[in-house]
Design a protein around this ligand. Structure first.
Ligand code: G4P
Ligand code: NA
Ligand code: NA
Length: 194
């Protein structure tokens, strides 16, 4: 998606060979016009997929997910993150380990909001090692529902997540794919190398 790539080129800050800071339009300040276009792009990509619900994770997935939900005219659920849980009987839970932060979070979704007949689009801002996306997909599957696709804003193709999601058979659509952040420079990947 050219608009997102342009924004990354103009405002993204390469913090290291592994981390791209996008605080001016995704992770802190947000750009509503960009989010609207992202929602429309996901709707275009998934319009034939029979999506009935969108599932994302707090906090940075919520803005793009709500715009995609608006464009596809479906409800949007965000998984919550918690350190520990007491009552779990009415919740689907998955454990998500972050290699970046070296910590595990339990993510939870109420059983009320995903049903076996649902075709769910999973959305998140970044795809790094894929642990968040896999946790969300796991929750959809616990509900007996179908993961109809995974929509990502920024895929870091040099990390393992994309490969793993594709190997597991999920349809992955990333709006910007980064091949490398080496040398303080963003290099986009044009085609999937598989
Ligand atoms: P994974 O789910 O793909 O395995 O990713 P990882 O554990 O590495 O990601 C942990 C957090 O860091 C996530 O946000 C993720 O969106 C974010 N992240 C990963 N790589 C980058 C990057 O290069 N740049 C930025 N800006 N963020 C990155 P989170 O902790 O869930 O926070 P939030 O959704 O509340 O923002
Ligand atoms: Na995120
Ligand atoms: Na984040």
């Amino acid at each position: 998606m050219d608009l997102l790539k342009k924004k990354i080129e103009e405002e993204g800050i390469v913090l290291s060979d592994h981390v791209l800071k996008v605080d001016s339009f995704i992770n802190h300040q947000m750009d509503p016009h960009l989010m609207k276009e992202i929602g429309l792009e996901f709707a275009r990509l998934f319009k034939e997929a029979g999506i009935t619900r969108i599932l994302t994770i707090e906090s940075s997935g919520i803005a793009p997910a709500i715009m995609a939900g608006l464009a596809l005219d479906v409800p949007v659920i965000f998984a919550r993150k918690r350190k520990s849980l007491t009552l779990t009987s009415d919740l689907y839970t998955a454990t998500v380990y972050s290699f970046t932060k070296r910590e595990s979070n339990e993510i939870t979704v109420s059983k009320k909001y995903i049903h076996p007949e649902d075709h769910v689009l999973v959305i998140d801002d970044f795809l790094a090692n894929g642990q968040a996306a896999l946790g969300l997909a796991n929750i959809v599957e616990q509900a007996g529902a179908t993961v109809s696709g995974i929509g990502i804003l920024i895929e870091k193709s040099f990390q393992q997540g994309a490969e793993e999601l594709i190997a597991k058979g999920y349809r992955l659509e990333s709006l910007a794919r980064i091949a490398s952040l080496k040398g303080g420079k963003v290099t986009f990947a044009e085609q999937r190398i598989h």
